[in-house]
Design a binder for this molecule. Structure first.
Ligand SMILES: Cc1ncc(C[n+]2csc(CCOP(=O)(O)OP(=O)(O)O)c2C)c(N)n1
Length: 685
């Protein structure tokens, strides 16, 4: 909240001026939306948003999400004007290399930016994830007389966000979860890039939100600060529903010729129109010149400091009354794992090795999760309507439910805490983007499941988690033709390869229970990015490991079996690299080749990215120079050539509908074919 009362028009015009000047200077960007939402921003940021520019990471701050991220100059102007560490020089460097003002808002680049937005609709889902996190943390940690988690989530969204299908997934869940402290301000300006949206966007958006259990306020005049302010006040009174405030606005408001036109959306106004706008709105100041009264009116530092100090007092009182809870809350908010995590992970690995069970890797995942969810209350699981297939639930993760009062239902089995396995419904993209919001908020490590094939539905949100460096864990089961009878619509072929292309996503395709436990441990321990676990539907045998191999799984690839394992006292002549369900084929091929006195090494490579991060010496020790390499994976072969393979046994076409074992035979994903391929490679040399 800003501190002094000043004419709202002064505050709004300061945003307009900065937006049009910065876009003009960059000769690129979107002036229309910031100019159109200026009064909405005055009402929210000037009168409601509880934040402290001096402490952008303060855990109990309100969250603000600019879902229509192309309006980035609105957010940069707000951060600059209200006192964040974003000097005018950064506004002048809008969209330039290494500035803090990139084309679209990016979390961790600009102080005060809560999430990276630009792909329309996802910000809305992030906001839902943030509001969910707040509600769950409040239920878990607040105590009578001690409200230490108590903040709101606000989002701006435009027509584009609401046209995107993901908006429906997100608002449906927000309604089901009764996220009453979530408020979305809809910039209802009737314009998108192609022009007036009327011919192609005729949805009754308010009715859609109402149908999903939202309270809808308005339409209000989005250029009337007091009207928006009143709507926000009403929104804050909601006890059991998220709130949509429909704000009727004019894109490019203030620009005499461009206002209300699609041209205002994504082009600089031009010197002439900027001059005309200055005259029209009565802004006599030069480019990037903001009068002191405007800065004073926007300055949110005093109010922010006071709000934070008041919260600190509440936290201190809480810590005095409930020291253990306070320490746990702060650990969770910092994203630190319990001190005994390394031991926990080692125990899970050792237990898997000792049991040596033959189970599907999806089941192995559940076994690992039993241990991890027992010890880590921050694990917040879920599935997109495939819980029984993904096996994402455990004895420690009862289903999350909300009572009629909007509060999460406390579970006896978990000491009165809310449930922590989410039925996301059939909403893969929404789930992924909501998990991003949960990770961004802090306090939880989200994980969610679906079939690997449907990772395509979630894909851009997975990419966003990778770009934002957030710890989100995707459980993708039914990872190949091995799933069998459901057929090619459900059988992944290109998915492992294509997920591996996403920078900063760790993909794990474990071969057995030990590798699966390790993959989970790595995904949980990872602080700076998402992980995807690719798991089988079908059973996989436990693979006996050489001494020391267990510890090397974490390196992404390791020597699983040398020729000596199959009775050959020879140095290997070739290396078979395999992942997941195909590692057993590699071992069988090794045994067949041994009968012909052909010595091969088998390398299990559950994670190419983890392996690629290893030093040269380790890489050479696993894949020695000069030894021909043959890769085996029931999927697209393209990615394997980067390891200099002489041959790849894979699948570059869609599968078929039949029992899994028949499909492996049909597509020659067999030990015999792998052995034959090795022989052919050696014969060529
Ligand atoms: C998923 C996605 N698709 C397409 C775009 C490109 N794009 C950016 S803004 C925009 C139009 C958005 O219209 P609206 O939300 O009404 O914004 P306004 O015109 O009011 O600024 C489009 C298609 C995008 N950023 N994200």
């Amino acid at each position: 909240m800003a501190t002094t009362a000043a004419p709202p028009s002064l505050m709004a015009h300061a945003i307009r001026a900065l937006a049009m000047d910065a876009v003009q200077q960059a000769n690129s960007g979107h002036p229309g939306a910031p100019m159109g939402m200026a009064e909405m921003a005055v009402a929210l940021w000037g009168r409601h948003l509880r934040h402290d520019p001096a402490a952008p990471q303060w855990p109990d701050r309100d969250r603000f999400v600019l879902s229509n991220g192309h309006a980035s100059m609105l957010l940069y102007a707000l951060l600059h004007l209200s006192g964040y560490d974003l000097p005018l020089a950064e506004i002048k460097a809008f969209r330039q290399l290494h500035s803090k003002t990139p084309g679209h808002p990016e979390v961790d680049v600009t102080p005060g930016v809560e999430t990276t937005t630009g792909p329309l609709g996802q910000g809305l889902a992030n906001a839902v994830g943030m509001a969910l996190s707040e509600k769950l943390l409040a239920a878990e940690f607040n105590r009578p007389g001690h409200q230490v988690v108590d903040h709101r989530t606000w989002a701006f969204a435009g027509d584009g966000c609401l046209m995107e299908g993901i908006s429906h997934e997100a608002i449906a869940l927000a309604g089901a979860w009764k996220l009453n402290k979530l408020c979305v301000l809809y910039d209802d300006n009737g314009i998108s890039i192609d022009g007036q949206v009327q011919p192609w966007y005729v949805d009754d958006a308010p009715a859609r939100f109402r149908a999903c259990g939202w309270e809808v306020i308005g339409p209000v005049d989005g250029h009337d600060v007091d009207a928006v302010d009143r709507a926000l006040r009403q929104a804050r009174a909601s006890t059991d529903k998220p709130v949509l405030v429909v704000c009727r606005t004019t894109i490019g408001k203030g620009a005499p010729k461009r206002a209300g036109t699609a041209k205002a959306h994504g082009e600089p106004l031009g010197a002439e129109e900027i001059a005309a706008t200055r005259a029209a709105i009565g802004w006599p100041h030069g480019p990037f010149e903001i009068p002191a009264e405007a800065y004073a009116a926007w300055d949110a530092r005093p109010a922010g400091a006071a709000a934070r100090a008041e919260w600190q007092q509440r936290l201190d009182a809480y810590a005095a009354a409930h020291p253990a809870l306070a320490a746990e809350l702060q650990r969770r908010q910092r994203g630190e794992l319990p001190a005994n995590f390394a031991q926990l992970a080692a125990d899970a690995l050792a237990a898997a090795d000792a049991a040596a069970a033959t189970v599907a890797s999806r089941k192995a995942s559940q076994l690992a999760l039993e241990a991890f969810t027992a010890a880590l209350p921050e694990l917040l699981g879920g599935s997109a309507d495939l819980t029984g297939s993904n096996l994402t639930n455990t004895a420690h993760t009862p289903a999350l439910r909300f009572g009629t009062d909007g509060a999460p239902v406390a579970n006896e089995s978990t000491g009165g805490r809310p449930g922590r396995h989410i039925n996301y419904g059939v909403r893969e993209f929404g789930m992924a983007a909501i998990m991003n919001g949960v990770a961004l908020h802090g306090g939880f490590i989200p994980y969610g499941g679906t079939f690997l094939t449907f990772s395509d539905y979630s894909r851009n949100a997975i990419r966003m988690a990778a770009l934002m460096k957030r710890r989100v864990i995707h459980v993708f089961t039914h990872d190949s033709i091995g799933l069998g009878e459901d057929g090619p619509t459900h059988q992944s072929v290109e998915h492992a390869a294509s997920l591996r292309l996403i920078p900063n996503l760790d993909v794990w395709r474990p071969a057995d229970t030990a590798e699966t436990a390790m993959a989970w441990a790595a995904a949980i321990a990872r602080h700076d990015g998402p992980s995807a676990l690719l798991l089988s539907r079908q059973n996989l045998p436990y693979l006996p490991k050489a001494r020391g191999a267990l510890a090397e799984i974490a390196k992404g690839a390791y020597v699983l079996a040398e020729p000596a394992e199959v009775g050959l006292k020879k140095k290997p002549q070739a290396v078979i690299i395999a992942t997941g369900s195909e590692v057993q084929l590699a071992l069988h091929a090794q045994a067949e080749l041994a009968k012909m006195k052909i010595a091969v090494r088998v390398v299990s490579m559950p994670s190419t990215s983890a392996f690629d991060r290893q030093g040269v010496a380790y890489k050479r020790s696993v894949l020695p120079d000069g030894l021909p390499r043959i890769a085996v994976e029931a999927g697209a072969t393209d990615g394997w050539w980067k390891y200099g393979c002489a041959a790849v046994v894979g699948l570059d076409r869609y599968g078929e509908s039949a029992p899994g074992p028949q499909l492996f035979a049909h597509f020659k994903l067999t030990a015999a074919n792998v052995a034959e391929t090795v022989r052919a490679v050696l014969a060529r040399r």
